[in-house]
Design a protein. Structure first.
Lengths: 466, 456
């Protein structure tokens, strides 16, 4: 149990001088992937070990070992101290310390851990097989289907010489289904993904697995007949999944304090207007508004309890995301945003669950009030730049004419400058959804995150045919 | 059978012994066939952040991957503790028992593996943290001296030693070792009232002697790329030629094509090229080779993740599709021989991937490639996606330029869209200059006609 490991680690640092942080992390990933009737892979991966971070001579040193054995851990502390000492002469801006804060104590148990882990392999593999087969048979033109179930179960214990002594367990199941439709040599693909922090019921809280397959099959077939839109500036209504991409990729990264210090577009903009009055954007370690957000965690990897951080409040930039190092430098409290992917990774400032607060309109009202535009849903991927310029590919887009949803179009890419686009937000729905829980954020190392929000109307550049 | 050209270390011998014990254990527990891969990695690394040293670190880990086959079903489990190999055998067997059979499942037979010089410079293993810190610090200083406006947001320099052993119940017993050192820089230029677009560069080498020089070159390219993005203006919308930089050719043009030339894409009907061997699927000017045995290639190895020997593999010859990429399963499904393209580490089941890719050079200079058309867009980085099923792609041009009658203007907010498979046919020029990217991909610049360009 991670609580027992926390005690072992606490003993390891009892006589250490200066700042030492020990983070034991045991991760078990199980997955099954079925394609065209074949179980392509069924696997389990166990990885466990202890990451050691020390602050010495104004610089961090880091080392890791693949156990929580006191001899191995103490050896890693020695190696981390050596790494710090050898770096000290070349560190230009010495780290003067870490922001003081209330560090976590005790054990935290995530929802659904035993529920997911106690389910049999047969049930998980069986579900993936059934949904794949059903998806493949959902329409004549569906040529192939893929279904993947994956779960990541984590146990952590974090102790520091300045007072953290905590542990937690959580589980994050994910489910993906894709259908490929084919007609006269033309192929189209559609996918549905869900991912949560929580149990089995939470994973399928919106709709059963079978319906996800049906939806993917129908969309893939419909996309065969869809045309590309004309490129240019357009009024669009973004579904929660695309809002999630926007707030995560195009804004969230620019307010990570390490990136702010490097010169992101958010630098120096605290107190400035960066969005319309309708824009209130937050990042939280908790699952706000709706349960099960995929990036939920009780404590960050510095032992700081996570909280809700209001980044933009009614259009005004209010806060960045901080670890303890940047918080001291900025003179603010840490936001519980330090995260490491595995035990051998150094913690970095990362998002958790990023979202836009819901508004008061309904989606139907917003569509009815749009004379000409598009409704976009189904993120395929997204990237953003230091400049705040973003690019997202969407799977499905419906033309809106005279307040009515019309034909499906395909291959839609949207782009814009995030803070400029936020200024154009003129309608925000009351409906809310976490919709990127199956996603992973990359920043040198992966992180499990979620993002979402309401339906949002704004103006972007649409990529299409010329 | 011992493919390495150096003496196997004691660690390799003990890894191989552990692998062979694991194979026997899995068989004794009821597996019909078993494979155990043991990886040992030792890394010394310095992370960079905000033009400074972030931290220095060391890590060492051994990973053990167990794949079993029972009654035609397969299961895989991995652990990072040698004391838990038996647990991995148990879990892999449980996964196999819960999975349906497939008559094509099974391991490759032992084949003759010819040695290859895959690079194992003992000086890389001997690199101390202090040396890497100094190297990282020197690179940051070099970047600032080249242009103070460039901010290295993040980066790293590292030295990694990897050793591997593979044993199977079909008689494969192989081990090797390699050492790679390298680094990368990621960031942007920040002027008084402007933040430029992100860019990055880096390189991997097989010897300490080459490390500093290659990292200096990467740092210099990083400066040029980030500074070039300043002063970007909105471009023009048109349909016409785009010139793809070698990095874009590697990631976008070649990477996405390869995804539909893998055996699994062919078998599952996700490739439009299933019946195209011998057909001209690209411009006759294009020849693409994957050379698993390329001298000096960072991806050079004598055998793949399944113990199958690697080889020099021509994929496209003058635009004509020559071959697909197979591992053992996909080769069996296709009635072909495995091509040595099983990839991955001990922490995951094998999957198909390439090694050292070479797109043969053309005869035009890069300058001519850009300046010949009356109007074209140069794509230094592509932030977008390609649907591998349909070939449709769209995304934002990064670090791009509009070329207009030879004049070069940096552009922003410009999207390109088209179809990847058409793009391979519409190649109208290939540069004579080649760039080696990360030590594994050797690519020219390529001009593609008839692409949709939308300016903001």
């Amino acid at each position: 149990m991670p609580q027992d490991v926390a005690q072992v680690l606490a003993d390891c640092i009892a006589n250490e001088d200066g700042f030492v942080e020990l983070r034991y992390h045991k991760k078990t990933s199980r997955g099954v992937s079925v394609e065209k009737g074949r179980v392509e892979s069924s696997s389990v991966r166990h990885r466990a070990g202890t990451g050691v971070r020390v602050l010495e001579s104004g610089v961090f040193g880091f080392a890791s070992c693949s156990s929580a054995d006191p001899t191995d851990v103490k050896n890693a502390i020695t190696r981390a101290r050596d790494a710090a000492r050898q770096s000290a002469d070349h560190k230009k801006e010495k780290i003067s310390g870490l922001a003081p804060c209330e560090l976590a104590q005790g054990h935290f148990e995530g929802d659904g851990v035993d529920d997911v882990l106690n389910r049999s392999l047969e049930e998980k593999i069986g579900l993936a097989r059934e949904v794949e087969e059903q998806t493949r048979r959902a329409a004549q033109r569906v040529a192939t289907a893929t279904c993947t179930y994956r779960e990541i179960a984590e146990e952590k214990a974090i102790v520091t010489t300045d007072g953290a002594r905590c542990s937690f367990r959580l589980v994050r199941p994910e489910f993906r289904v894709s259908a490929v439709a084919e007609d006269a040599g033309e192929r189209q693909i559609s996918s549905r993904t869900i991912g949560v922090t929580g149990g089995w019921d939470c994973l399928f809280r919106d709709r059963p697995a079978e319906r996800l397959g049906d939806e993917a099959a129908k969309t893939a077939v419909d996309l065969l007949r869809a045309q590309r839109p004309a490129g240019g500036r357009a009024k669009v209504i973004l579904a929660p999944s695309i809002v999630g991409l926007l707030v995560h990729e195009a804004i969230g990264h620019t307010v990570e304090a390490d990136f702010v210090q490097s010169g992101s577009v958010a630098q120096g903009k605290i107190g400035h207007r960066v969005g319309s009055d309708l824009v209130t954007l937050c990042d939280s370690g908790h699952s706000e508004i709706q349960d099960g957000a995929g990036g939920t965690l009780p404590i960050d990897d510095e032992g700081v309890p996570t909280s809700r951080t209001v980044i933009i409040n009614n259009g005004i930039l209010e806060s960045y995301l901080h670890d303890r190092t940047s918080a001291l430098k900025f003179g603010v409290a840490p936001t519980g945003s330090a995260r490491a992917w595995e035990y051998s990774d150094f913690p970095l400032i990362r998002m958790r669950n990023t979202y836009l607060e819901p508004g008061e309109s309904t989606l139907d009202e917003i569509i009815g009030d749009t004379p000409d535009g598009y409704l976009l849903d189904g993120p395929r991927n997204g990237q953003a730049d230091a400049t705040g310029e973003f690019m997202f590919n969407t799977e499905r887009a419906w033309r809106i004419k005279d307040g009515k949803l019309c034909e499906l179009v395909r291959g839609v890419t949207i782009s814009g400058i995030a803070f400029d686009v936020m200024q154009t937000v003129d309608a925000v729905s009351s409906e809310f959804k976490w919709d990127l829980g199956a996603g992973y954020c990359g920043k040198g190392q992966p992180a499990k995150v979620d993002a979402g929000g309401p339906y949002v109307r704004c103006e972007v550049l649409l990529g299409g045919s010329q | 059978m011992s493919p390495q050209t150096h003496t196997p270390s004691n660690r390799q011998a003990s890894l191989l012994e552990a692998a062979q014990r694991g194979v026997e254990r899995a068989l004794s527990m009821g597996a019909d066939q078993s494979e155990v891969v043991c990886d040992y990695d030792c890394e010394t690394r310095v992370d960079l952040q905000k033009d400074d040293i972030l931290n220095a670190s060391t890590s060492e880990e051994a990973t053990f991957g167990v794949r079993v086959f029972k009654d035609g079903s397969m299961g895989f489990a991995t652990v990072n503790d040698s004391g838990k190999i038996e647990q991995a055998c148990t879990e892999a067997l449980a996964l196999a028992s819960a999975s349906p059979p497939d008559e094509l499942n099974g391991l490759d037979d032992a084949r003759s593996v010819e040695p290859v010089n895959q690079g194992h410079d003992p000086a890389i293993a001997a690199m101390e943290i202090g040396q890497l810190v100094k190297l990282g610090s020197d690179m940051l200083e070099r970047i600032k001296k080249r242009d103070a406006r460039v901010v290295t947001d993040s980066g790293q320099v590292y030295a990694v030693v990897s050793e591997r052993a593979i044993a199977t119940s079909t008689g494969i017993a192989l081990s090797d070792a390699r050492s790679i050192a390298g680094g990368s820089f990621f960031g942007m230029a920040v002027a008084e009232d402007e933040v430029g677009s992100f860019d990055h560069d880096g390189h991997n080498v097989l010897s300490v002697a080459a490390l500093r020089g290659e990292l200096e070159s990467a740092a210099d390219r990083f400066v040029i790329k980030t500074i070039s993005a300043l002063g970007a203006q909105n471009g023009e919308s048109f349909r016409g030629p785009v010139i793809l930089a070698p990095e874009v050719v590697s990631d976008f043009l070649v990477g996405n094509l390869l995804s539909v030339l893998k055996g699994n894409a062919i078998r599952t009907g996700k490739s439009p090229f299933a019946n195209s061997i011998g057909d001209e699927i690209a411009s006759p000017a294009l020849t693409l080779i994957d050379d698993g045995r390329q001298p000096g290639g960072v991806a050079t190895r004598a055998f793949d993740r399944e113990g199958t020997p690697t080889r020099t593999h021509t994929i496209l010859q003058n635009g004509v599709l020559q071959a697909f990429l197979y591992d053992t399963y996909e080769a069996r499904a296709a009635g072909a021989q495995p091509t040595g393209h099983a990839r991955g580490s001990a922490s995951s089941p094998p999957s198909i991937g390439s090694s050292n890719l070479v797109l043969q050079p053309g005869s035009q200079s890069s300058a001519r490639l850009c300046c010949d058309p009356e109007r074209a867009v140069v794509v230094s980085r592509f932030s977008g996606s390609c649907n591998p099923i349909t070939g449709e792609f769209s995304g934002v041009v990064k670090g791009g330029f509009l070329m207009h009658r030879g004049a070069k203007t940096p552009i922003k907010e410009t999207l390109i869209a088209g179809n990847l498979f058409e793009a391979w046919k519409n190649v109208s020029g290939i540069s004579e200059e080649l760039r080696v990217i990360n030590g594994t991909h050797t690519m020219p610049s390529v001009r593609v006609e008839d692409v949709s360009v939308t300016a903001g």
